[in-house]
Design a binder for this molecule. Structure first.
Ligand code: HPA
Length: 236
């Protein structure tokens, strides 16, 4: 047990999928894993461990935002020995060619600030995905026929942006989408020499104002779970 995760030592697999929403963790575990067992319910941040294609997997909610993700990722890495951490979540599209329901695989995640800013101080660190996971996820997404974009995203501290000028600069510099967790996940993985990746579905679009209808969210989420599982267990 750690402060925020009630699992016993050994209850957590080396491969962890991390949706922001704990109920998504439950849905994914019950729909994609065999013998899924609840391993955490502290603060309702559900985590399940089960089997996929003979491989042990944990699906643990991260909560919203980098401070929340940082707590769970730190404990998973330092206390439970998680080696591969894949965020599966949603993002807002920031480019005209990026459509609702498309998948974004984040090569890099830019930020203004993250929980690691106090560690890195004057360094403009470039949080980057693990190459072997990135490559395997791209192959899995292409095999599925999913419309996929690969490139830089922006990890924000706010969902409700008051900075249209900032969004405009990010778009101008080719940022594909905005979400709230990946930069800290990539930074922690770099610090602890683990593998990390973020796979995102575009749920809304900053320029067009379009949003994914609720009934479509489940299917798009299922695609990401499958891509993440294939990526995690592709030998590189
Ligand atoms: N902004 C920030 N995070 C998000 C968004 C957004 O528009 N959509 C999904 N996650």
């Amino acid at each position: 047990m750690t402060i925020h995760i009630g699992a016993n030592p050994g209850d957590i697999a080396e491969t962890v999928l991390m949706p922001g929403d704990p109920y998504r963790a439950k849905w994914a575990a019950l729909n994609f894993l065999k013998d899924a067992t609840l391993v955490n319910e502290v603060r309702g941040m559900l985590g399940y461990t089960g089997m996929w294609n003979g491989n042990r997997v944990t699906i643990q909610g991260s909560g919203m935002g980098m401070p929340s993700l940082s707590i769970y990722a730190n404990e998973l890495i330092t206390q439970y020995n998680a080696q591969t951490l894949i965020r599966i979540g949603s993002c807002g599209g920031m480019q005209p060619q990026v459509g609702i329901r498309d998948i974004i695989i984040a090569m890099t995640a830019s930020t203004i600030t993250s929980p690691s800013s106090g560690v890195l101080r004057e360094i403009n660190f470039a949080p980057a995905a693990d190459w072997s996971l990135l490559r395997a996820a791209v192959a899995a997404a292409e095999a599925k026929g999913a419309t996929t974009h690969i490139g830089g995203i922006y990890s924000s501290d706010v969902f409700y942006s008051e900075r249209p000028d900032l969004d405009e600069q990010l778009t101008r510099h080719g940022i594909l989408g905005v979400e709230m967790e990946a930069a800290e996940l990539y930074t922690l993985a770099a610090r602890h020499k683990r593998r990390a990746l973020a796979i995102l579905t575009v749920s809304d679009h900053l320029q067009t104002g379009e949003a994914l209808p609720a009934e479509d969210r489940e299917r798009s989420f299922g695609d990401m779970v499958e891509i993440a599982l294939h990526a995690a267990f592709t030998n590189s």
